[in-house]
Design a protein around this ligand. Structure first.
Ligand SMILES: C[S@@+](CC[C@H](N)C(=O)[O-])C[C@H]1O[C@@H](n2cnc3c(N)ncnc32)[C@H](O)[C@@H]1O
Length: 287
């Protein structure tokens, strides 16, 4: 199965959407990756691969934490993300962060690396077991892979409640029934601990562990922004986009319905904070 459609989506429509909400992603997700990197901190001087690095903020955090003798390397299938990573690292004078474009499922990832890390970078793989195998092959014997993925939909209402709301209004078009580019399996594809641990085991990893991490994340500074974020990002946004003209026609109705769904996340500081829940998964390449 070719990844061309998914790669095109990440390089075009999804890159544009993520860029529009970059500050929400970087600030919102930072608390989750900080916790993952606090619990699973790569040692000073290590060589670390950041899988599906997006804007490269984790790659650069890792680069700072491992010292100048270490190297953090971000890989992403979308050249637009990688161009932005290179610019940010140059602007911040981070010399031990490097980036390259590759499809993690099939391309040579270089290495060997002491560790691999992925914050929400592995849930969109068309064939995740190919990607896991490829990442393991790029690790040294005994190397560690730390992944952050979303737990179940119901524990992430900021995505799921908006998805349910949109599903009640807009006809759902499956990936198989459209020529439109799409993001791949989606944010909850790695939520099942049994399935993911079986997959990691089948691809040769050992000492597989899951730790749950729950935190509230900011999804907007006002109701308009929080609704726009829900409409453009995640499953709700994908349903509307894939529904084409019908999705556009029904958008007004969706926005009115989302006022209640998203409005409930407003907190005393005037910002919109929603509960989120992630797995921090660790696994090792055998010695
Ligand atoms: C949800 S974003 C996460 C980005 C970043 N890690 C973060 O936490 O902000 C998923 C990333 O995975 C990348 N991606 C998806 N499929 C990929 C593949 N087959 N190979 C490499 N990168 C891929 C996308 O381009 C995108 O940047």
């Amino acid at each position: 199965m070719s990844n061309d459609i998914v790669i095109e989506a990440w390089n075009t429509i999804l890159f544009e959407k993520f860029s529009r909400f970059k500050y929400l992603f970087i600030e919102g997700y930072a608390s989750i990756s900080e916790e993952a990197l606090k619990r699973h901190c790569p040692p000073i001087g290590s060589r670390v691969l950041d899988v599906g690095c997006g804007f490269g903020d984790c790659t650069m955090e890792i680069a700072k934490s491992i010292g100048e003798d270490g190297t953090a390397t971000g890989v992403d299938c979308a050249s637009n993300f990688i161009a932005e990573c290179e610019q940010s690292a140059a602007d911040d004078g981070i010399k031990n962060a490097h980036f390259f474009v590759a499809d993690v499922e099939v391309d040579d990832l270089g290495g060997p690396y002491d560790e691999a890390f992925a914050r929400f970078g592995t849930m969109f793989f068309n064939m995740p077991s190919l990607a896991m195998k490829n990442v393991r092959s790029a690790l040294r014997p005994g190397g560690k892979f730390t992944q952050v993925v979303w737990r179940k939909r119901e524990a992430n209402p900021w995505l799921h409640d908006a998805e349910l709301c949109v599903q009640g209004i807009v006809p759902v078009v499956s990936h198989d029934d459209t020529d439109a580019v799409h993001c791949g399996p989606g944010p909850f594809s790695m939520a099942g601990a049994d399935m993911v641990s079986d997959m990691l085991k089948a691809t040769g990893f050992e000492k597989i562990q899951f730790e749950r991490f729950d935190t509230d994340i900011c999804i907007g500074r006002n109701i308009e922004e929080a609704i726009q974020f829900a409409l453009e990002i995640g499953p709700a946004g994908e349903i509307i986009r894939l529904a084409g003209e019908e999705g556009e026609r029904l958008k007004g109705e969706v926005i009115v319905a989302l006022e209640d769904v998203i409005g409930k996340f407003e907190k005393e500081d005037g910002l919109f904070w929603a509960p989120s829940s992630a797995w921090l998964i660790t696994a090792y390449n055998p010695e």
